[in-house]
Design a protein around this ligand. Structure first.
Ligand SMILES: *[C@@H]1O[C@H](CO)[C@@H](O)[C@H](O)[C@H]1NC(C)=O
Ligand SMILES: *[C@@H]1O[C@H](CO)[C@@H](O)[C@H](O)[C@H]1NC(C)=O
Ligand SMILES: *[C@@H]1O[C@H](CO)[C@@H](O)[C@H](O)[C@H]1NC(C)=O
Ligand SMILES: *[C@@H]1O[C@H](CO)[C@@H](O)[C@H](O)[C@H]1NC(C)=O
Ligand SMILES: *[C@@H]1O[C@H](CO)[C@@H](O)[C@H](O)[C@H]1NC(C)=O
Ligand SMILES: *[C@@H]1O[C@H](CO)[C@@H](O)[C@H](O)[C@H]1NC(C)=O
Ligand SMILES: *[C@@H]1O[C@H](CO)[C@@H](O)[C@H](O)[C@H]1NC(C)=O
Ligand SMILES: *[C@@H]1O[C@H](CO)[C@@H](O)[C@H](O)[C@H]1NC(C)=O
Ligand SMILES: *[C@@H]1O[C@H](CO)[C@@H](O)[C@H](O)[C@H]1NC(C)=O
Length: 478
């Protein structure tokens, strides 16, 4: 065990979280939890989860998307269940094509990953009516209800972990805590109803409610946000673990808005901060693959691309450096997860000698300047707003601020002195090529006798020219 040394560096933003442990393995059981983490077959787990919504891609993409998530160090695939897709008319169900939830979950299982199912009934998800079927509108006296068909299917197909399947976690409702107060007593009653409805489904796996500080036992309240390592008030019972169900890798986008860019470094910093400052053991990236809002499925004003800035972009292509940077972080955390989950954490001031057998350290610099620190008789240069992971308390396996992967770019720009032939450039690898012609060969003649009819002469090689004078359309020539 390490000695705790006084003098907190937290206030100046510089500290080390040191976890010392003798490795311990527990045996047997299904999916349960304690105050530290989810426990799967008797073993505590640090789990990295990625959101991939099945209706936002095509079934032919699923194998590749899930495969790339697995290669990126993801353990769990999370998806909502989209009620209005599955029950477009009362009692009429559709589980075909992009709606084939069973096929999606079975693909997760086939690749040896876990699944987390967020059942709603309201899911938000920037989806039309938040997933609620429009026909509910015409049902008199409808207050509380949900669609149990997907559960019957999941159970019939033995997809819950308690049945040997991949689903280890379920979520009921979604960020209801945001609006609960507006419903006063009814709001509280709804939370109780939703929790009871969920538990009564007897799926045999734990339930969570996100942004729901009063989630009734045994439902776990979890955090959604950008900086849960700083903002999460914690589980509402010491017997519940700290779970982060939505760590936003980017942000939803409405028409006309700038794309929100969140750096790989920032995502990694806050993920690790949650793990060490909040005893976090489950982080879900929202989204890991956003995909496409097909047809009229997107909520009002949403662009058709959904979280294109995620580690897998709209088309399922790997987005660098996000994908690789998170992959490296997952590997570094996994290499010391047993110490992390079974050990005792102490926060120490840097520069003091620590002892212990199984030791893992996270060196935190929350300041905006570099810092050189001494830890266990070695010097470390810490970059601003960074966390370094030392799985053995000696070598830095990962530094949130140090990005190794090169930026990937879907967008290649080329310049030519003449108009080029399309397929000669693309070699038929894509149908998309955007030409911008910089006109160098033009002349402008003011009219000597009148200022109303000047002459613009353009030598162009393309199909059509539109002329604008001071922003006003003046004519076209084909
Ligand atoms: C889960 O526990 C139930 C009893 O609670 C048992 O019937 C089942 O076999 C267990 N499943 C696994 C995968 O351990
Ligand atoms: C997720 O992580 C990023 C990067 O660390 C952070 O900026 C963001 O606030 C986190 N999201 C939430 C919802 O906490
Ligand atoms: C370490 O410090 C952080 C930041 O103040 C705090 O959130 C966390 O609870 C501390 N952990 C322990 C084990 O004292
Ligand atoms: C994390 O767990 C330790 C016990 O292992 C506890 O002392 C500490 O207060 C917890 N930190 C938070 C933020 O819950
Ligand atoms: C890090 O510093 C920022 C201000 O720069 C502060 O808002 C934040 O709470 C700090 N985070 C931690 C974990 O100390
Ligand atoms: C901070 O450290 C990084 C890498 O260790 C280095 O590239 C950078 O120049 C340093 N910045 C300052 C202000 O010293
Ligand atoms: C594509 O590249 C051009 C030139 O570098 C740049 O102006 C444009 O913003 C890029 N577009 C995207 C979507 O990245
Ligand atoms: C095709 O491209 C090459 C250069 O990549 C160029 O030399 C050649 O003239 C082009 N051919 C046509 C038909 O444009
Ligand atoms: C100049 O404008 C007058 C009418 O305003 C027109 O008759 C004449 O042809 C124009 N000259 C040239 C060179 O375009």
């Amino acid at each position: 065990m390490g000695s705790y040394c006084g003098g907190w560096w937290w206030r100046t933003g510089l500290w080390a979280a040191v976890v010392l442990a003798a490795a311990a393995a527990v045996a047997g059981g299904n999916v349960t939890y304690d105050g530290r983490s989810l426990i799967i077959d008797g073993e505590r787990k640090v789990l990295f989860s990625g959101s991939i919504h099945y209706p936002r891609s095509t079934p032919k993409m699923w194998e590749s998307l899930i495969g790339k998530a697995k290669e990126g160090g993801i353990d769990v695939i999370e998806t909502y269940v989209f009620w209005n897709l599955h029950e477009p008319k009362p009692g009429q169900y559709d589980f075909s094509g992009r709606n084939d939830l069973v096929k999606f979950i079975k693909e997760v299982q086939a690749q040896g990953l876990y699944a987390c199912l967020r059942i709603g009934p309201f899911i938000e998800s920037e989806w039309t009516y938040g997933g609620l079927p429009f026909w509910l509108h015409d049902v008199p006296d409808i207050v509380y209800r949900t669609d149990n068909e997907p559960f019957k299917m999941m159970k019939a197909e033995s997809l819950y972990a308690s049945q040997g399947g991949p689903i280890i976690l379920s979520q009921v409702e979604n960020e209801y805590g945001n609006v609960e107060a507006a419903f006063q007593e009814e709001g509280k009653a709804y939370v109780e109803w939703a929790a009871k409805m969920a538990v009564d489904l007897q799926t045999g796996v734990p339930w969570v409610m996100c942004k729901q500080p009063d989630a009734p036992d045994p439902v776990i309240n979890s955090c959604n946000g950008m900086r849960c390592g700083e903002t999460f008030a914690g589980p509402n019972s010491p017997s519940k673990p700290a779970l982060w169900t939505e760590n936003w890798t980017s942000f939803l986008q409405r028409y006309g808005e700038e794309t929100y860019l969140r750096s790989a470094q920032d995502i990694a910093f806050h993920t690790l901060l949650f793990i060490i400052a909040k005893n976090g053991s489950f982080v879900n990236y929202y989204m890991y693959h956003g995909g496409t809002n097909f047809g009229r499925s997107g909520a009002a004003y949403m662009v058709t691309q959904y979280y294109d800035q995620a580690p897998l972009d709209e088309y399922g292509l790997i987005r660098e450096p996000k994908w690789s940077h998170l992959k490296e972080m997952h590997a570094a955390v996994k290499s010391c997860s047993s110490t992390l989950l079974n050990g005792v954490q102490t926060n120490i001031s840097l520069g003091q000698l620590q002892q212990g057998n199984n030791c893992a350290a996270f060196l935190v610099n929350n300041a905006t300047t570099n810092a050189t620190v001494e830890f266990r008789n070695a010097k470390f240069e810490l970059q601003p707003r960074s966390i370094s992971v030392l799985p053995d308390c000696e070598k830095v396996a990962f530094d949130t601020a140090k990005v190794n992967a090169a930026i990937s770019n879907r967008n290649t720009t080329m310049q030519f002195n003449q108009i080029e032939e399309q397929t000669n450039i693309t070699k038929d690898s894509t149908d998309y090529l955007w030409y911008t012609v910089l006109l160098k060969t033009y002349s402008f003649q003011p009219n000597a006798t009148s200022c109303t009819e000047p002459k613009l002469q353009v030598k162009f090689l393309s199909h059509l020219v539109y002329a604008f004078v001071n922003g006003e359309y003046a004519g076209k020539r084909a």
